[in-house]
Write a protein that binds this ligand. Structure first.
Ligand code: SF4
Ligand code: SF4
Length: 424
């Protein structure tokens, strides 16, 4: 294969890496595989060689980029400010163009299945029968099936009423937020979306919920489809931008991190720029604005899992801890490798199941040794991945969105928190 003469990224971004290696120990794939080409530094060298036309995007080179989680832990660790996430996002579509036909078509099909609501609804309909059932969990454990583990990890299907287009704040109005309901969160965890909206109103936020929002485009980025990702970003901007809103709150950390890229994706669109500057994670906004004191307690030792797209993608770490530590009865503990990805990483657990499962095993071992009886994970992908892993391995640990704990402690749900993982 001869190297194509194509420029896909600004060379100065690639040249900002001084090869110091200070990021290596923070890279889960390097730590797990031990190969330089599966490290941030090694991948940057591969991208640079491709960009300079010295290396073709061969099967082997593509493999080293495919194993990258896009977790951006290396970006947090890098003292030279290398924009690794931007480099990877530029390299992925280039590599995608040169991928053999069959895997390329399969990845396009996965992209379509995840980002088109009607198709996704039709394909996931059978899961409604299996979702959240104790017998699904028992079957998953007996057969060690990850697929059944995911089905058991989903909440049992129930008809949650849609949110109204406007929710008025309680008490003094502090500002207006557009709530971006996301595709996976809203279809899999609709009650979490409702909880976020109600907690925001409790903090004094007027919440706007635009109809028919669609996907933000983050999943297409993971699959290297920059054209679809840009189309989806533009469509969401047209549907969701509201002149009066200062904040754009997303229910998933992965989507929230992607909203921060809208200005770069659509540089001539002022509404997209406003979405980027207003993008906030709900936990971060709630911690800043403050909530009234909780009305209930939760007696649990809760381990904090930091989703990569929250910690490394948005720099949010203290907010969930601040909010949960105010709930009476909760004892917060940290995980040994808290900054390591759990293996979910957008579509990574679907496209790279073997490595995703090794990283999950690592995360579950840390959870076991933390002694926690619950894990708080503020991203639906991480939540499903860790919960499914715990179910398949028969671990007695609940895996829950921090928003759900807050909703219970603030009396927003009728039932007391009984846990959410069907273990028996
Ligand atoms: S990405 Fe940053 S930390 Fe890693 S080798 Fe390059 S300069 Fe060093
Ligand atoms: S994004 Fe994550 S997996 Fe990829 S090179 Fe950086 S630290 Fe490693």
């Amino acid at each position: 294969m001869t190297a194509p003469d194509v420029r896909f990224v600004e060379p100065e971004k690639l040249l900002s890496c001084v090869h110091c290696g200070l990021c290596l120990s923070s890279c889960p794939t390097y730590v797990e595989l031990g190969t330089e080409a599966d490290s941030p530094r090694g991948r940057i060298l591969l991208m640079r060689a491709m960009e300079e036309g010295r290396l073709a995007p061969s099967k082997e080179v593509t493999r080293h980029l495919d194993t990258c989680l896009g977790c951006r832990a290396c970006e947090t660790a890098c003292p030279s400010g290398v924009p690794y996430g931007a480099l990877l996002e530029a390299a992925r579509p280039f590599v995608e163009e040169h991928r053999p036909l069959v895997p390329r078509v399969l990845r396009r099909a996965l992209d379509a299945a995840l980002t088109r609501p009607t198709l996704r609804g039709a394909l996931t309909a059978p899961l409604r029968i299996l979702a959240g059932r104790p017998w699904t969990a028992r079957l998953a454990r007996a057969t060690k099936s990850s697929l059944l583990g995911y089905a058991a990890a989903l909440p049992a299907w129930r008809n949650v009423p849609s949110l109204p287009p406007v929710l008025e704040p309680e008490g003094n109005e502090r500002g207006t937020a557009v709530l971006l309901t996301g595709c996976v969160t809203h279809s899999s965890f609709p009650e979490t979306t409702v909880d976020i909206a109600r907690l925001l109103t409790r903090a004094g936020v007027r919440v706007l919920v635009p109809p028919d929002q669609g996907c933000c485009g983050a999943l297409s980025v993971h699959l290297g489809d920059d054209i679809r990702s840009r189309d989806l970003a533009l469509a969401l901007t047209r549907r969701a931008f509201r002149e009066e809103a200062q904040w754009y709150v997303s229910t998933a950390a992965g989507c929230g991190a992607h909203l921060r890229e809208y200005a770069a994706l659509l540089p001539h669109d002022s509404a997209a720029g406003r979405i980027t500057t207003g993008a906030r994670d709900p936990l971060d906004l709630l911690a800043e604005l403050g909530l009234p004191p909780p009305v209930g307690s939760i007696e649990k030792t809760v381990a904090m899992h930091d989703p990569c797209h929250l910690l490394h993608g948005q720099g949010v770490q203290d907010a969930p801890r601040q909010l949960l530590s105010r709930i009476p009865g909760i004892d917060l503990v940290e995980l040994a490798e808290g900054e390591f990805c759990c293996g979910s990483a957008g579509t990574y657990n679907l496209t790279e199941p073997e490595l995703a499962s090794r990283l999950l095993e690592r995360k579950l071992a840390d959870i076991r040794s933390s002694g926690a009886d619950a894990v708080a994970a503020a991203n639906p992908g991480c939540l499903l991945q860790i919960r499914a892993g715990a179910i398949v391995r028969g671990m007695r640990v609940e895996v829950v969105h921090p928003i759900e704990l807050l909703a219970h402690a603030h009396g927003l749900r009728k039932e007391r928190w009984q846990g959410t993982t069907p273990l028996s």
